[in-house]
Design a protein around this ligand. Structure first.
Ligand code: 13P
Length: 249
């Protein structure tokens, strides 16, 4: 069976002191048994603090992005080898904010996915449609295009050690989550697309839901057969709330 995973994407929030407090609180919550694997993704500059602080805990640490290039003259970038070096285990690639605000296209996202795996980091590949794309009936087409870009550059075998997060753009930070049925439909579509190439890999692939996921809606969304946990933004900055989300996975 697939072990549920709940990842907190802290985006560009928190100070060193606030993150220390949040991590200490999360460790207490974490020990209060959840079967879900828990990952936190702080901003780059706090990754090392987080890794040190979580050393004795079961909470893993992920980065929010990574450079597609392995090394060299790329001012401002952080390589997969550097993330690996400090003890990161996961990295988010293709978040809609990176796609929209920093113009990361499908091919670049695919290269980041490959760069992460080249250092044995587990990529959390984000896919999802905008409101306009959904309303014009293009959800599946958009998600297929985003997935296929990675399948072209990597292979289906790469998904044996990867996580996908379905994050409808219209649900991110809006308070308006996808319904469990809407999430399930797209998750099943994603699994089906991987399954068409390799049924076994599709069966083991964890597909997370993200977008206004909170303690009050997590349980009903996570109950859907193709939803294997969540990628949580705002609600992951509150330890008690995040703990409840993890417990419902
Ligand atoms: P919210 O949970 O704040 O909607 O953010 C979702 C997200 O973008 C996680 O990556």
């Amino acid at each position: 069976m697939r072990r549920p995973l709940v990842a907190g994407n802290w985006k560009m929030h928190g100070s060193r002191a606030e993150i220390a407090t949040l991590l200490d609180e999360l460790m207490q919550v974490d020990s209060a048994k959840t079967t879900a694997e828990t990952v936190v993704c702080p901003p780059f500059v706090y990754l090392q603090d987080a890794i040190r602080r979580l050393k004795e805990s079961t909470i893993a640490v992920g980065a929010q992005s990574v450079c597609a290039e392995p090394i060299g003259a790329f001012t401002g970038e952080v390589s997969a080898a550097m993330l690996k070096d400090i003890g990161c285990r996961y990295v988010i690639v293709g978040h809609s904010e990176r796609r929209a605000l920093y113009h990361e296209d499908d091919h670049l996202v695919a290269r980041k996915f490959v760069a992460a795996q080249s250092q044995k980091l587990t990529p959390i590949l984000c896919v999802g449609e905008t409101l306009e794309e959904r309303e014009s009936g293009r959800t599946e087409g958009v998600v297929a295009r985003q997935l296929d870009a990675v399948l072209t550059v990597a292979s289906v075998a790469a998904f044996a050690d990867a996580v996908i997060a379905y994050e409808p753009v219209w649900a991110i930070g809006t308070g308006k989550n996808a319904t469990p049925e809407q999430a399930q439909a797209v998750h099943a579509f994603i699994r089906g697309r991987i399954s068409a190439r390799d049924d076994k890999i599709a069966g083991g692939l964890r597909i997370l839901y993200g977008g206004s996921c909170k303690a009050s809606n997590a349980a009903e969304i996570f109950r859907m057969p193709d939803v294997d946990g969540g990628l949580v933004g705002g609600a992951s900055l509150k330890s008690e709330e995040f703990g409840r989300i993890c417990a419902s996975a």
